[in-house]
Design a protein around this ligand. Structure first.
Ligand code: NAD
Length: 496
């Protein structure tokens, strides 16, 4: 019998009728391992109602009390991270060491949220006018929705949920329907950590669940991460319904290799960042821009390393790269390889023929050289183990390529020249820059976010911008008068 994965509403598993559902695969075997419920309007209403009912109590819980729950959650997650690793690998397919890395980065964000007391301090100006004090208060927004993608089923929810809760909001989390179990595990751990029922709810589903949240009048803000077309839809629909929205979208991350770079270091980085998690990372390197004359030597070094990559079941410690998440995604990525060949790019290594036991969604590491900006393998986010090398005549040509690209999530430069790196960090129109670092995901006390089509809205995720996003400030102007009285004055208040 196939397992049923259902919503987590008001501190317990949902046991109502299932309605529509979707298949959750084990990507390494191709088998359906569970069916996940898809929420309709009634389940959306129940989840939002539970969050709304929990709001006064959670919002009213002291900072010390909220922080204690976050610390307890941090301890539980740290102690039970190996279970979460297994869950992530079973449904996403990434190798267990990679899943462990995802959870380590998630923990950083939980730890940051534990510092909420420091982050929520307001300003205070004593005697701004004679006898008048002015101060600011940061307050929660209310019920907030978090909608997350398949590729980081633990980390992306934990970019948002701890900070949102730390600020005193209650949350409805709608994880990807492709790997929904990590979100339920997280909700269970929060309950064990002492989070009151209803403060965090998990709603599974597809567009209907997302639309329900976007349109619900009791949902005050939406944090979304996913592909750019859906990010744009979520941003436009959510803001039209009066919500604060941050919508992080897709990417096409370029890694520039200047002629003075250490080419072994650059080749290691390109292969690690191109094929880690089978390329299913929004910060994956998908285009290496080799600045003349290093192209041939760099491609040879990348190819050598790719040939040694071990592709296999993520549960096998010998595997370095797992399968793609679903058959449909596998077909899509493979079709880009076909399109790359048809468009005349040089196929240096072809992953289409890879043989791995079982009926998993396997595609081997694939490399194209001499990729041109008009080819679909360059213009589109492929989100698979397909790396492109584009040749550039100069630093300026490489930079122009990056700045002409509609995406602006991450980019990296490999060089031994500090002045060139400094110029690059200034000139690249991209939100996250790596200098000899291929995947520059900011630590939790900075914020994560791209520019241009990689982020709609004006708040980046987590860190200080996360706290800013999840609160609204009030400024209080206060006077405790002595008994003398100024009398009525219809003029605009001045300061004296
Ligand atoms: P996706 O856009 O297909 O799905 C994201 C979320 O939106 C899921 O919860 C999904 O159920 C929901 N959704 C899907 N179709 C919808 C529709 N028509 N209407 C409303 N909601 C819908 O993305 P994905 O395939 O799960 O994840 C991969 C994408 O996410 C890539 O484009 C990747 O670059 C991006 N991503 C971006 C970042 C970032 O920080 N910028 C991080 C991780 C992933």
């Amino acid at each position: 019998m196939t397992d049923r994965i259902s919503h987590w509403i008001d501190g317990k598993p949902f046991t109502g009728p299932a309605g529509r559902s979707g298949d959750v695969f084990d990507p390494a075997t191709g088998e359906v391992r569970a069916k996940v419920d898809f929420a309709g309007p009634s389940e959306v209403d129940q989840a939002v109602a539970a969050a709304a009912a929990a709001l006064p109590g959670w919002r009213g819980t002291s900072l010390a009390g909220r922080t204690r729950v976050l610390f307890a959650f941090r301890e539980l997650l740290s102690a039970r991270k190996h279970e979460l690793v297994k869950i992530v690998t079973a449904e996403h397919g990434k190798v267990e060491s990679d899943a462990a890395g995802e959870i380590a980065r998630a923990l950083e964000n939980v730890e940051y949220a534990c510092g909420a007391a420091q982050m929520l301090k307001g300003g205070f100006s004593e005697n701004a006018s004679t006898g008048v004090d002015v101060y600011s208060i940061a307050q929660p927004l209310g019920v907030v929705g978090v909608i997350s993608p398949f590729n980081f089923p633990a980390m992306v929810p934990l970019w948002f949920v701890p900070n949102a809760l730390a600020c005193g909001n209650t949350v409805v989390l709608k994880p990807s329907e492709k790997d929904p179990s990590a979100a339920v595990f997280i909700a269970e751990l929060f309950a064990e950590a002492g989070l009151p029922a209803g403060a965090l709810n998990v709603l599974h589903g597809d567009k209907a669940a997302v639309d329900g949240l976007l349109e619900h009048r009791d949902v005050k803000a939406i944090s979304f991460v996913g592909s750019t077309p859906i990010a744009r839809y979520v941003y436009e629909t959510g803001t039209r319904h009066g919500k604060r929205v941050q919508a992080l979208g897709g990417a096409k991350n370029h890694m520039v290799v200047l002629p003075d770079a250490d080419l072994d270091l650059a080749a290691d980085a390109a292969v690690s960042a191109g094929f880690g998690s089978a390329g299913e990372r929004c910060m994956a390197v998908s285009v290496v821009v080799a600045v003349d004359p290093v192209g041939d030597e760099l491609v040879a070094k990348i190819t050598e390393r790719m040939a040694r990559l071990r592709v296999g079941d993520g549960r096998d410690p010998a595997s370095e790269m797992g399968p793609l998440v679903t058959k449909a995604h596998h077909e899509r990525v493979k079709s880009y390889v076909d399109a790359g060949v048809a468009s005349g790019a040089a196929l240096v290594m072809d992953g289409r023929g890879i043989e791995v036991p079982g009926d998993g969604f396997w595609l081997g590491p694939t490399l194209f050289d001499h990729v041109r900006p008009e080819m679909s393998i360059y213009t589109d986010e492929i989100f698979g183990p397909v790396l492109s090398v584009a040749r550039a005549a100069s630093y300026d040509d490489a930079l122009a390529l990056i700045n002409a690209n509609p995406y602006g999530n991450g980019t990296a430069i490999f060089t031994g020249d500090g002045a060139a790196a400094r110029r690059f960090q200034n000139e690249a129109e991209v939100g996250m820059i790596g200098v000899n670092v291929p995947i520059p995901v900011p630590v939790s006390y900075y914020s994560f976010g791209g520019w241009k089509d990689s982020l709609l809205g004006d708040s980046h995720a987590y860190g200080p911008e996360g706290f800013h996003f999840y609160t609204r400030t009030k400024v209080v102007t206060s006077r405790w008068p002595d008994t003398s009285h100024a009398g009525v004055n219809l003029g605009f208040p001045g300061n004296s």
